[in-house]
Design a protein around this ligand. Structure first.
Ligand code: GLC
Ligand code: CA
Length: 551
């Protein structure tokens, strides 16, 4: 049994997002698989990741990379068998790594047996498992999400002789959560996988489960109520397991998914993510500071998942038109870089592979409130390929070495599920785990060190409060994290130019400062404002010690 404190593991954890398909191919068919992923667990451990988030690995026609599930109870054959999956979870656990998996509740594939039955006859018991209409006019307050490929949330089904509702692709019919069997059926899916040892779920597309006429069909009370039921079930039957929400919403709506500590344990901080890039581009700390203030406070046992990139486009749905224009101007100069309301690029190319910026951004998401969630490959500054369709350009094979196929697979290159990255600036011959591990100054080794520092300070950075320290230098972001007696001062220079700043810290007169990574002592804080000079795109993490300690 876990203690109450152990159940809060997610608050101090580092997360690593991994598509099975992309990580390592053990049998040379060109497609990553569970055995391959298991073989690479020591690597995941070596970069200090506490929890793996698996992208969908269920049976699927793969028209949305597995988010179109055709059988919730079986594993895509290319990825391996149920035994391979169980072995993977067991091996992860034996290394102290937890595993959560994607749970796609909102919709199924149109190839799912439920949908095939549903469309076949109005009398089928499954008909009511989906959302049908004779006209495409219902729920027209619901926005279209995949605006580049869909013109309506309704598609005519010639077999059914009716329209069906879909929030995403037209091959992804939405389930009808007003149907009790659907609600209960999904709870069985949850139990099935938790019984196999998973430590929780990343719940896909949570705001859209219920639909009501006259609303935008997002964040409805019924949807919250259903997730509360799931949470109660988890508390009772699977204590210590977590639910992480994908609820891409404005701060107030996003916060609601924590409920009163009785809904989601975690939620991605979608509001913060684009504003980090906006702050960087404007050399102005305000967007970050402002949005962090807006996304706090949250209930004590809940936490944000903070991230820079993921397997989707960098979404710009929840920013103003002006902010979106700025983002496109700065980060998506070529039309092919855009998709729907977002930017389909990886982190390193987004910032022109600028090492200082990459370090700054990573340090930032490791030091703001929330648990950092990293996307596979970003620790080796992987590049992308905007000429691949949809979001495939950010889902290319992991780069292990300078061998054939980046060491990902023994298959013929033509057989790979996706080409590897060969653009000279990001070529796998240099951007790979083996080469970067050997180079003491590589980004990968910097990342490893930072994760260790983050872990040494996991209480204050994982659970501490945040207080911003204002100054007259808008390009400087400064805050103090505080947890009990532990305090850390973090200072970031968001500017392309060197900067100075005077921080007023009167209540800390006499305190000592120690740089967190090197342990170098800085001058004590005195009566006068504390003066910093910072090279462009740089930062300090400083541990604050009260005058009576170690003096
Ligand atoms: C989520 C996933 C995305 C998928 C969509 C539809 O937004 O992150 O990859 O396409 O849901 O399931
Ligand atoms: Ca394989």
């Amino acid at each position: 049994m876990m203690t109450d404190d152990e159940k809060l593991w997610y608050r101090d954890a580092t997360f690593y997002e991994v598509p099975v398909r992309s990580f390592y191919d053990s049998n040379g068919d060109g497609i990553g698989d569970f055995r391959g992923l298991t073989m690479k667990l020591d690597y995941i451990k070596s970069i200090g990741m506490d929890c793996i988030w698996l992208l969908p690995f269920y049976k699927s026609p793969l028209r949305d990379d597995g988010y179109d599930i055709s059988d919730y109870y079986s594993i895509l054959p290319e990825y391996g068998t149920t035994e391979d999956f169980e072995k993977f979870v067991e091996e992860a656990h034996s290394r102290g790594i937890k595993v959560i998996a994607d749970l796609v509740l909102n919709h199924t594939s149109d190839q799912h047996q439920w949908f095939k039955e549903a469309r076949s006859s109005r009398d089928s018991k499954w008909r009511d498992w989906y959302v049908w209409s004779d006209t495409p006019d219902k729920f027209n307050g619901a926005r279209i999400i995949f605006v580049d490929s869909e013109i309506s949330n309704w598609t005519w089904d010639h077999v059914a002789g009716q329209y069906f509702f879909h929030r995403f692709y037209s091959h992804q019919p939405d389930l009808n959560y007003d149907n009790k069997e659907v609600r209960e059926g999904m709870k069985d899916v949850i139990r099935f996988w938790l019984d196999k040892g998973l430590d929780g779920f990343r719940c896909d597309a949570v705001p859209y489960l219920f639909k009501r006429e006259g609303t935008d069909c997002e964040n409805l009370p019924e949807t919250h109520a259903y997730f509360k039921e799931i949470r109660a079930m988890i508390e009772k039957e699977y204590p210590g397991c977590i639910l992480l929400a994908e609820a891409n919403q404005w701060p107030n709506n996003a916060k609601e998914y924590f409920g009163n500590q009785d809904e989601f344990h975690m939620n991605f901080n979608f509001p913060l993510m684009p504003r980090i890039f906006i702050s960087l581009s404007k050399e102005d700390s305000f967007p970050i500071e402002n949005i962090i203030n807006e996304t706090l406070p949250i209930p004590e046992k809940c936490d944000w998942g903070v991230f820079l990139r993921n397997h989707d486009e960098l979404t710009l749905e929840m920013v103003t038109d002006e902010e979106r224009d700025l983002m496109f101007r700065e980060y998506a100069k070529v039309p092919k870089m855009r998709l729907n309301l977002g930017i389909r690029r990886r982190l390193a190319p987004l910032v022109d592979n600028d090492r200082s910026i990459l370090e700054l951004l990573h340090a930032l998401i490791m030091s703001v409130p929330g648990s950092p969630i990293f996307y596979y490959g970003d620790e080796i500054n992987m590049g992308d390929n905007i000429y691949l369709g949809d979001r495939n350009g950010v889902r290319t094979p992991m780069q292990w070495s300078f061998d054939r196929n980046a060491g990902f697979s023994h298959a013929d290159s033509e057989q790979l599920y996706s080409p590897v990255i060969t653009n000279p600036n990001y070529h796998y011959e240099s951007n790979n785990v083996e080469s970067m591990s050997r180079l003491s100054t590589s980004f990968l080794n910097w990342f490893r060190r930072m994760i260790i520092v983050r872990k040494q300070n996991s209480r204050v950075l994982g659970r501490g409060t945040i207080r911003f320290i204002g100054s007259d230098q808008k390009q400087i972001l400064a805050f103090i994290r505080e947890y009990g007696k532990e305090k850390m001062l973090c200072v970031y220079n968001l500017s392309r130019s060197p900067s100075y700043v005077e921080l007023h810290l009167p209540e800390f007169n006499g305190w000592h400062l120690r740089e967190a990574i090197s342990s170098v002592r800085f001058p004590d804080i005195g009566e006068l404002p504390y003066f910093f000079t910072l090279p462009r795109h740089s930062y300090f993490w400083l541990i604050m010690e009260a005058p009576d300690e170690n003096s």
